[in-house]
Design a protein around this ligand. Structure first.
Ligand code: ACM
Length: 638
């Protein structure tokens, strides 16, 4: 009986070509020679379509899926290796995570064998991926001895109380009672067995006080009583989280932190929009994983979860009027409309979110004070939509263009009328499932050459007096914005939503992601703005330049300190500042097939963004943050 086994090694030599030299080395570790085989591999690198490759033929490619075959007649003997060398790579490879993520070898008779995949080396040197969490720092002298992140606005506390007891609700309004129940359950999920809340212990009296700002709270400590005042449910929730954070810190690090005996904390968020985005298209996230992430957001007092529901690589939401869409476009694998990509196993793999899944997620968010803001990314990033619904293409389209991620002809066409029929059905579903006031409609990274080969788009330019892809995109986004307005919804878009005339500023907000400065420009043009500059708040960026640090680095390296150091609107003129809604992080999931990376990429940078979004700039202090951040929860995925 023959036995087949393979190992796939890979290496990058950055000095050998403009974007480095990439080598894939397939070793036959089995007992049988093989010939007439093909290798399929998914990765974060992309070999340029049509480029020269040494040792192999690239017989199929889509974005970062590659199918490679050796030269005719090649035999890979047991113990021998087959080396493939490519120098025309899409972008410079900077971390081991750019390497192969999943692969399969298919033999002449159809047998498929998954090779062992080793992490991609740099100039042949092996190493160990960096996964360590940042160490705890010491609390700087002069800082209040309380372990609260985000840092409260005003703190004036003294003394310490014993912390061997739980927090107990003494008397409360209905809102405060509901907040107590929700925060106790949250604490039990995040810190099981730590006994932070209960029915006998440190008595908390909750008082409604309409003079307190929205989502703010006031805690008054006395040696035998704690009073928590707030004007709304959010204020009670945040006050209780702060109390529990103080209790945990005082228990775990009594050398630095106390549960105060006297004094006050008065606090309210700097921004109303304190968000976190997650791309659930590139990878499969179970609803339970998303709920675990929301729990950690809530502990950081974040209140907007921007869920990126589609991309070129998948469409996740079931749209009842178009049942074939998710049925096809939520799945990748052999024989599907999408090949395996970004680590997908070589078998059918995906997930569809149906109404019941979304309700479960939305309810979980609402219970934690988190609005779930859905994003449907249009008109670009729609490769799989157009594969599943080819009737949305202009049949006369006669030019090939590629997106930055190398997807061919991936933009919905503003001149195909059925596009709007389809989007009405999508919006009807979104409105039914998501109570959020905001629906994000993407607008990012549409290739400049999109629609140049579309006779219908050309004709529309003439009729509507438009010119070029930006103006066509502006026409498209405005039409979608008006569909949303009919349902009373505000349209969100990435900053490219301002191109070519843009969407209407009234009834829209834009997320500035390219540079810290781009948000200021948008605000000066009259748009409401959420800031998510990649160089500070993109969690998919690696945290150092080390090859063995996981992540990407097309926007540079985002160290914890750089993330924390973001100063939103620091240099904005006063008039523009009123347009700034807040701040959010983004996590694009290209590397998250390895779910173990999630915590490393997200925490404690999530807490750094939360502090930027909540605390007055003058209250921020990186050393104090470093002394507290180890107490913050992680989702524990993977
Ligand atoms: C984006 O990062 N393409 C919004």
């Amino acid at each position: 009986m023959s036995t087949y086994a393979f190992r796939l090694d890979s290496d990058c030599n950055p000095d050998a070509a403009a974007h480095g030299r990439l080598q894939l080395v397939l070793t036959n570790t089995g007992a049988s020679p093989v010939s007439d085989f093909v290798l399929e591999v998914t990765s974060l690198f992309r070999i340029k379509p049509g480029s020269q490759i040494e040792g192999a033929r690239l017989i199929e490619q889509l974005s970062n899926y590659h199918k490679l075959a050796p030269e005719e007649g090649f035999v890979l003997a047991p113990g021998a290796s087959w080396t493939i060398t490519a120098t025309e790579i899409s972008h410079t490879l900077r971390h081991y995570t750019y390497g192969p993520k999943s692969a399969v070898i298919t033999l002449k008779d159809g047998t498929k064998i998954g090779p062992e995949i080793t992490p991609m080396t740099l100039r042949g040197e092996r190493g160990d991926p960096v996964m360590a969490a940042p160490a705890r720092g010491q609390l700087p002298s002069g800082e209040a001895p309380i372990s609260v992140i985000p840092c409260p606005e005003h703190v004036d506390v003294h003394g310490r109380r014993a912390v061997d007891r739980v927090l107990m609700l003494e008397s409360a309004t209905d809102e405060a009672s509901a907040a107590f129940t929700a925060v106790s359950a949250l604490a039990e999920r995040l810190f099981p067995g730590e006994a932070l809340f209960g029915s006998e212990g440190i008595a908390i009296t909750c008082v409604a006080d309409s003079a307190i700002r929205e989502a703010g709270y006031l805690i008054a400590f006395q040696p035998d009583a704690v009073t928590l005042s707030a004007a709304d449910m959010a204020g009670f929730r945040y006050g209780l989280i702060s109390l529990a954070q103080m209790l945990r810190g005082a228990r775990q690090h009594p050398e630095d932190f106390v549960f105060p005996a006297r004094g006050t904390i008065s606090d309210a968020p700097r921004f109303g929009w304190r968000g976190s985005h997650l791309d659930v298209a590139r990878q499969v996230y179970m609803i339970a994983e998303l709920k675990a992430f929301l729990d950690t957001m809530a502990w950081n007092k974040l209140n907007r979860f921007h869920i990126h529901l589609n991309d070129d690589e998948a469409w996740r939401l079931d749209i009842p009027a178009y049942p074939g869409l998710a049925e096809k476009a939520a799945w990748r694998g052999p024989g599907e409309i999408l090949p395996p990509l970004l680590g997908t196993p070589f078998a059918r793999h995906g997930i569809v979110y149906r109404a019941a899944d979304i309700s479960e997620l939305v309810d979980h968010g609402l219970g934690l004070g988190i609005d779930i803001v859905p994003e449907i990314d249009i008109p670009g990033h729609c490769y799989c939509v157009l594969q599943a619904l080819p009737q949305l293409r202009d049949p006369g389209e006669n030019e090939l263009y590629r997106s930055i991620q190398y997807f061919p002809n991936n933009a919905l066409n503003p001149a195909v009328e059925e596009t709007y029929v389809f989007l009405e059905a999508v919006i009807e579903t979104l409105v039914r499932l998501f109570p959020s006031k905001w629906i994000h409609i993407g607008g990012d990274e549409v290739p400049e050459e999109a629609w140049t080969g579309s006779p219908r788009a050309r004709a529309m330019e003439k009729v509507e007096g438009l010119q070029g892809s930006h103006q066509l995109q502006s026409y498209f986004l405005k039409r979608v914005q008006s569909l949303l307005a009919r349902h009373g919804k505000i349209a969100g878009a990435w900053e490219e939503g301002a191109l070519g005339g843009g969407i209407e500023a009234d009834g829209a907000y834009l997320v500035a992601w390219k540079k810290s400065e781009s948000g200021r420009q948008l605000a000066e043009w009259g748009y409401d703005v959420v800031l998510a500059p990649a160089e500070h708040t993109y969690f998919d960026m690696a945290q150092s330049a080390d090859w063995w640090e996981p992540g990407a680095s097309w926007a540079g390296v985002v160290t914890l300190e750089a993330c924390y150091g973001f100063d939103p609107a620091g240099d904005w003129p006063e008039a523009a500042r009123g347009r700034l809604w807040g701040v959010q992080s983004c996590l694009w999931s290209e590397n998250l097939c390895d779910r173990k990376l999630f915590d490393h990429l997200v925490y404690p940078r999530l807490s750094a963004v939360a502090e930027t979004a909540w605390s007055p700039p003058a209250r921020k202090n990186y050393s104090r943050f470093m002394a507290i951040q180890t107490l913050m929860p992680r989702a524990g995925l993977g």
